[in-house]
Design a protein around this ligand. Structure first.
Ligand code: DUR
Length: 310
């Protein structure tokens, strides 16, 4: 259990640990590799410099942070679990305890909805849109649900489609280059990622136990976003908050962000990636991301105190 919290607006304990991610100043650094699965975070931590000190914290809300060094540069690997809310917790709480620019790259998995991307390909998106359930559309639909055509709303009114929020162009280009060297260039796929607020309905998975009005969902996504390649649950919030973060100075972004997603399902072909293949790809992606992070922030951009223990 966390100790007593102060400040209901942005809760922290007496030592300055944030409420959910459980980190205080000095325990997390400016370069961040974020993933969902804590076991993936531990496997990727094996790539960090083994002779450097390593800090580890598991929070009471399921976040795992490992801070160490890669090529001598401080890097934090943070596992957040799943969904946009967890990305929001992580970015805001890390932002609160680190000075200077943050550089955040996510490695995750996704479903491919483009014939250009097969299982085992790595998608490095130019940007992300959010597709979310429009809850009110279902208020009357669900009550009249015995027939799937019940209610007055058409299927395309049941979900909202946001604008595409861009990834950092420079980081994205560097990431594609590194991944191209690790795998091969044709297996690194660009395009627009779509972040859904759920794994099932908002990704067009049909479930007869619920009224979801999503039989044509993937088609509607392609209509909205002609470059859509993937569906997952976190990247939009990363790119969105990077854009919403208050600049450190005029023209100096607070958060720069990019993402690499391993396609584990191909939705049209209905295929899935074998587990052993995923394990191999995540390490290749990890090496590429850590390399980009280590070469990204220059020492003079960083506030010395924020990395005092590193
Ligand atoms: N994910 C999806 N959809 C897929 C494949 C992977 O959302 O089809 C990602 C996002 C989330 C987790 O973190 O993996 C859900 O399995």
């Amino acid at each position: 259990m966390p100790s007593d919290m102060k400040n209901a607006n942005f809760p922290m304990d007496a030592e300055g640990h944030t409420y959910h991610v459980g980190l205080k100043r000095g325990e997390v650094c400016n370069r961040i590799l974020t993933v969902g699965d804590p076991e993936r975070a531990r496997r990727l931590a094996s790539l960090l410099d083994q002779d450097a000190p390593m800090f580890e914290r598991e929070s009471h809300r399921g976040f795992l942070t490992i801070t160490g060094r890669f090529l001598g540069q401080p890097v934090s690997i943070i596992a957040i679990g799943m969904g946009m809310a967890m990305m929001d917790f992580m970015l805001r709480e890390v932002r609160a305890v680190v000075d200077g620019p943050l550089c955040v790259i996510r490695i995750g998995t996704c479903g491919s909805i483009a014939t250009a991307a097969n299982v085992g390909d790595i998608i490095v998106p130019d940007g992300s849109a959010a597709v979310t359930r429009r809850f009110d559309a279902f208020f009357d639909l669900a009550a009249a649900s015995s027939s799937p055509s019940a209610g007055e709303l058409s299927a395309d009114e049941c979900y909202t489609f946001s604008r595409v929020f861009p990834a950092d162009a420079e980081l994205t280009a560097a990431l594609r280059e590194q991944l191209g060297q690790q795998l091969s260039e044709e297996r690194v796929v660009p395009g627009v990622n779509v972040t859904a607020d759920t794994f099932y309905a908002a990704q067009g998975r049909v479930d007869p136990s619920f009224v979801d009005r999503n039989a044509k969902h993937v088609e509607q996504i392609h209509e909205q976003y002609p470059d859509a390649v993937s569906l997952e649950m976190e990247n939009f919030m990363l790119f969105h908050l990077a854009r919403c973060a208050t600049p450190l100075a005029p023209g100096v972004p607070s958060i720069r962000a990019a993402a690499a997603m391993i396609a584990v399902f191909q939705r049209q072909a209905n295929t899935s990636l074998p587990k052993a293949e995923l394990a191999r790809l995540e390490m290749q992606a990890g090496r590429a991301v850590l390399d980009v992070l280590a070469h990204t922030l220059q020492d003079e951009e960083l506030h010395p105190e924020s990395e005092s223990v590193w």
